[in-house]
Design a protein around this ligand. Sequence first.
Ligand SMILES: Cc1cc2nc3c(=O)[nH]c(=O)nc-3n(C[C@H](O)[C@H](O)[C@H](O)COP(=O)(O)OP(=O)(O)OC[C@H]3O[C@@H](n4cnc5c(N)ncnc54)[C@H](O)[C@@H]3O)c2cc1C
Ligand SMILES: Cc1ncc(C[n+]2csc(CCOP(=O)(O)OP(=O)(O)O)c2C)c(N)n1
Ligand SMILES: [Mg+2]
Length: 503
Amino acid sequence: MTGLTDALCDSIPIVCITGQVPTHLIGNDAFQECDTVGITRPCTKYNYLVKRIEDLPRVLHEAFHIASSGRPGPVVVDIPKDIQFARGVYSKPKDFAHTGYKPKLKGDMEKIKQAVELMAHAKRPLFYTGGGVINSGKAASDLLRELVKLSGFPITSTLMGLGAFPSADPQWMGMLGMHGTLEANMAMHDCDVMICIGARFDDRITGRIDAFSPGSKKIHVDIDPSSINKNVHVDIAVVGDCAQVLEDMVRLWRTSAIHPEKKTLSDWWKQIDKWRARKSLAYRNSNEVIKPQYAIQRLYELTKDRDCYITTEVGQHQMWAAQFYGFQEPNRWMTSGGLGTMGYGLPSSVGVQLAHPKSLVIDIAGEASVLMTMQELSTAVQYRLPIKIFILNNRYMGMVRQWQELLHGGRYSESYSEALPDFVKLAEAYHAVGIRCEKPGDLDHAIKEMIDVDKPVLFDCVVDPKENCFPMIPSGRAHNEMILGDAAEKLEDAITEQGKVMV
Ligand SMILES: Cc1cc2nc3c(=O)[nH]c(=O)nc-3n(C[C@H](O)[C@H](O)[C@H](O)COP(=O)(O)OP(=O)(O)OC[C@H]3O[C@@H](n4cnc5c(N)ncnc54)[C@H](O)[C@@H]3O)c2cc1C
Ligand SMILES: Cc1ncc(C[n+]2csc(CCOP(=O)(O)OP(=O)(O)O)c2C)c(N)n1
Ligand SMILES: [Mg+2]
């Protein structure tokens, strides 16, 4: 159920085939009977109970079509035991598209024209992009890059959209939202035209809704009509697939006679550079203890020239990975965003390694999250999948501790663990390889050793236990009320009573 909900929240296509008691026993409280269709209804895009073998080919084709088209999501197909044993004749259904399910891919041309015109007159424009660009496929990322380059506008993205635009490009402003950069959040607050492409105005992005980007006209491109005007009212809504709409936008932009004035745009960039100069991701490094941010920076430097995929667990390490690991291509970053499910990263890295057997696959993990699905290390060993589990071991459920520091005056409860396993021995118990690193000076060598081993590795990177993840917008605050790392001592005053309920 957690996996399905996770996939629903993050628009991930999954077909899940489940086993049911024989049809004649359904409703009898039979041995191991469970109302799978009933239970999974709220956490699937669609679900089926197959009662006749003749229906199976159509249902399976429909299931894959529904899961992967439009706004992707999880589909469950529940197959009773007698249907599993029955024999039937397979014939490919002629038209397996579900009646009443016809996602709109092509955007309304009139709306797209209005959007491009608004962009052409913008003084302080900004692209805010998200997971929809990744979902739409490689063409969408290519077209996005083209439009951003043609327009010269700055671009930020959500956690789910990382990699659609290269982080190494000067127009990239880093991730936005609760743990996003100062420049991205300030630009969201102060922009006059916001171009949202495949993102859904999540509360980690908007902060206080009534103070969210108060002066901007908003364009929203999304394949799901129910995402439009759900959290934030927009001025121009284009329902369609990112790639198709972007293609039209690029064409119209190229042929448009009007473009923003160079001087106006350069004034906007000067303002952005001032925010950038605050270096909101800065942290105090140490020669004694490994800072988690430094560990991710070194991991990035030592893996960036390889064919690398990153998955994560959930917590501070996930946010540091988003902030400090640079993504240049789409689909290189797998993380649980909407549900934030601890334990996601390890099984997810197993799946990624199966799909890309020759690539380097790294799960950036927290020591608490990774224990939730540690048994999957055995799957990796069994199938000879050389995944690397890079644990930022702070001996805390760090994200929980950080909030306990913010909201509860540092009264830590159940967020510290002094009963952790010895991860090196644990790796060995699974017949994997364990590596521990405790000193900043040893880190590069240890990371190289991890990369070179052709087996699953559990890397215990012992980091500063009390490091907090900054910058942050305290819940219930606006984008221009961000806290930077250096202001940490003022944290307690920064959160309002109203904000506490939004954690
Ligand atoms: C501890 C923690 C902290 C977090 N902090 C942050 C943070 O600081 N910043 C941040 O950004 N996120 C953060 N998140 C993630 C956050 O909760 C949301 O998951 C994320 O912001 C949503 O990203 P998105 O808007 O891109 O939407 P997604 O969930 O990726 O949704 C994609 C949108 O695009 C649409 N779409 C899908 N396919 C297409 C297509 N083909 N064409 C057009 N549209 C399409 C969908 O209908 C949907 O509206 C955090 C998560 C956790 C667990
Ligand atoms: C399954 C699940 N349970 C609880 C939570 C709430 N939660 C979010 S982050 C976190 C702590 C994660 O600790 P760790 O894996 O050590 O990561 P760190 O924050 O220390 O980097 C918890 C308990 C969750 N997101 N998922
Ligand atoms: Mg931890």
